[in-house]
Design a protein around this ligand. Structure first.
Ligand code: SF4
Ligand code: SF4
Length: 148
């Protein structure tokens, strides 16, 4: 546990006892491989057909994705249960409250508030820097739940 986190006037340098930015992920947000879709497949989907013809999202669906490198490096013993979890996951109905977002990431250790598989975490988690503006905002939202 870092003493640095216990004084809000000092920079945040440790995630131990915090973990609040992982409270609403549901599961590690890897970019997984996706086959390219056709325009016909997009237009057959009641939600996707609302995408404007020139939207970035539609272009991404048409292009498909080979998946991020961390996904391909993920050991089978982690990937298999994660694929199972992702296939069954249902996002809660959002009612405007923090509590109605996705639940804690399944890789978050609620005891230490650290990632159980830190070495295997996805790009989005690697890009989120301890002490950045969004980190400080999450810590402010959950000040009463940070155990440092
Ligand atoms: S909110 Fe900041 S300090 Fe807390 S776990 Fe996330 S990155 Fe670490
Ligand atoms: S993979 Fe690890 S760092 Fe990323 S959201 Fe889940 S617990 Fe947090």
């Amino acid at each position: 546990m870092s003493d640095s986190n216990s004084n809000s006037s000092l920079p945040v340098v440790s995630c131990e006892g915090c973990g609040v930015c992982c409270f609403h992920m549901g599961f590690p947000a890897f970019v997984v491989p996706r086959e390219p879709m056709t325009e016909q497949q997009i237009d057959a989907d009641p939600e996707l057909r609302k995408l404007p013809a020139d939207s970035i999202r539609r272009a991404e669906l048409l292009a498909g994705h080979e998946g991020e490198s961390w996904w391909h490096r993920l050991p089978a013993e982690l990937k298999e249960p994660l694929v199972e979890h992702m296939s069954q996951y249902r996002q809660p109905d959002y009612d405007g409250t923090l509590e109605s977002f996705d639940g804690p990431c399944i890789w978050l250790d609620m005891g230490t508030r650290l990632c159980k598989h830190h070495l295997h975490r996805p790009n989005v988690c690697r890009d989120f820097e301890t002490g950045c503006g969004d980190c400080l905002q999450w810590r402010k939202e959950y000040a009463d739940k940070i155990d440092v």
